[in-house]
Design a binder for this molecule. Sequence first.
Ligand code: GLU
Ligand code: MG
Length: 450
Amino acid sequence: MSITDSLAPTDHVNALLDGGLRMLITSIVDNAGITRAKSVPAQRLRTAARDGIGLSPVFAVMCTDDAITSSPLVNGPVGDNRLMPDLGSAAPLGPDQTVYWAPADQLSQEHQPVDICQRATLRRQEERAVAAGLDVKLGFELEFTVFTGDPGDPRVATLGPAYGVLATLKLEDFAVDLLEALDAAGVPAEQLHPEYAQGQLEVALPPVSPLAAADQSQLARLVVHRVARKHDLLVSFAPITVAGFVGNGAHIHFSATLNGVPFGDNGGPSEHARHLIAGVLAELDGLTGVLAPSVVSADRRVPGNWAGAYACWGPENREAALRYVPGSITGRPDSANCEIKIGDPSGNAYLSAAAVLASALTGLEQKMVLPAGLDHDPASYPEAELERMGVRRLPLTLADALAALADSTVIRTALGEAIVDPFLAVRRHDAQSLGALSLEDRVRALRWRY
Ligand code: GLU
Ligand code: MG
């Protein structure tokens, strides 16, 4: 809950200034998955809240390496939009309450929604879900790698063991400050733990409504970076940060009640949940192009890494792209959810959430039938058996993932051509400029972008 939640828009500025704001950072996540920001000092807050801040539409075609590509709908240096901070969602970046952040919407100069705005795209899908009687909750898991030393010669900050308490103790000061800062920012972590790889940590965020969840993911990543800097640590949210190590995922826990009926019942997913999961399952290839669209994403999504390499679902199956989580006896059925494991932090959380919602809603609208879930590691079934069950590997290359996105009517229609065309242009530029490099060089090219 932010300090401005219950206020009228005109009161937001006063509340923030009274709260000690010295600088507001407002940002968007672009089609390269990169957070691009503008900031204003306290004395400009009122003007920024009224007029917005100028932002070129070419941000829609800015690539991971900062090259500016073009698409039929967006090109060239001409034009201007307004970056409009959503002050109702503003949050301090830590207990010091001096630097605040707010997610921004992109508006025209007439202050009308523009169709390249990623946040507006998610808002539309959320409204569609509400109209269908759904109360959707999304919870992002954020994995990242902590380094010490120089960006040119980084060293992982912990040497394991995987999930080991020694890694927690090594980063204790950072961890305590991080948890407090997340709390102050209104994104209290559900938990923090060392992950499998050296230097790797995970913060799990609470399940909230879709737009709030994408905002939370953006905010929490900023807070992680900020606290790390104060401890002389470097953080990377790239999908792979050290060639050869298990990568960083950005799994999404999805659940929805339908007119109050919970997502799970004692036997597994409830009826509407089965349709919703079936909808996501049907679109997994195209979703891979949205949720895991970097030049190292396919290297992360390999069997054995719990990264969702196979298009299937299964109860508590960590090798399935969709893991159904029934929850423990004390939390059932309210804690039941479906963990979507294909995503990594190079995706744009707003577009990822919008594409997931659109796929799930299509499943519900068409009453799609959920096939049997897999009880075992998909890699352990004979090839013929996988084929019989309709289980396949998800795209093995970025090019294939983007082609699947381009082919997905469900996702294209939901996100809109003004998002999908520039998105594909950006990611194809990346594939062309970086795709042929060695894994080491691709990892190096992306490490400090996220
Ligand atoms: N690091 C894994 C990934 O890249 C996820 C591990 C886990 O399930 O937490 O998706
Ligand atoms: Mg994890």
